[in-house]
Design a protein around this ligand. Structure first.
Ligand code: NI
Length: 171
């Protein structure tokens, strides 16, 4: 398996709308395996393909993996589509591997219903709430070229981008 370098904002690939996947084959499964390994390596809970420079509609999530539970519970989503969202909203302090060490409170629908293809290319439907709902919406945004900092005022966003530029220079 390959660990990929993760692109950091303001990389232009992160702003592109990703393409639908036409079939879930071995090459795509290999991409998903590499994505989940990369995500574990960087201690993330979600990763979207554009973050490793691949502009297709694939994302991986694992909310349970930890040192104590190394197997975790990897989830794979291909061509995910939100088909319903609740009026009730919830707020989480979000972070992102492409906006390292920066966090902000973001409000999103508390519950969503989703259609997608799984690791084997099978059509699935899922209702998600709490952290999973937030994480899915955050990752689907990546497929549409949206970062969580895009929900902030341009003033706040620019402060974060400036801090990011500074900290990347020091590395
Ligand atoms: Ni992210």
């Amino acid at each position: 398996m390959t660990i990929f370098p993760i692109l950091v904002a303001p990389d232009p690939i992160l702003k592109k709308v990703a393409q639908d996947v036409s079939s879930v084959d071995d090459a795509l499964r290999k991409q998903m395996d590499n994505m989940i390994e990369t995500m574990y390596h960087d201690n993330g809970i979600g990763l979207a393909a554009p973050q490793i420079g691949i502009s297709n509609r694939v994302l991986v999530i694992d909310l349970e993996q930890s040192k104590e539970n190394p197997e975790g519970k990897p989830l794979f989503f291909v061509n995910p589509k939100v088909i319903w969202e609740s009026e009730e909203m919830s707020v989480y302090s979000e972070g992102c591997l492409s906006v390292p060490e920066m966090y902000a409170d973001i409000e999103r629908p508390a519950t969503i219903r989703l259609q997608y293809l799984d690791y084997h290319g099978k059509e699935q439907e899922l209702e998600a709430s709490d952290l999973l709902a937030t994480c899915l919406q955050h990752e689907i945004d990546h497929l549409d070229g949206i970062l969580f900092i895009d929900y902030l005022s341009s003033l706040k966003r620019n402060i974060i981008l400036r801090k990011l530029k500074k900290s990347m220079k020091q590395k």
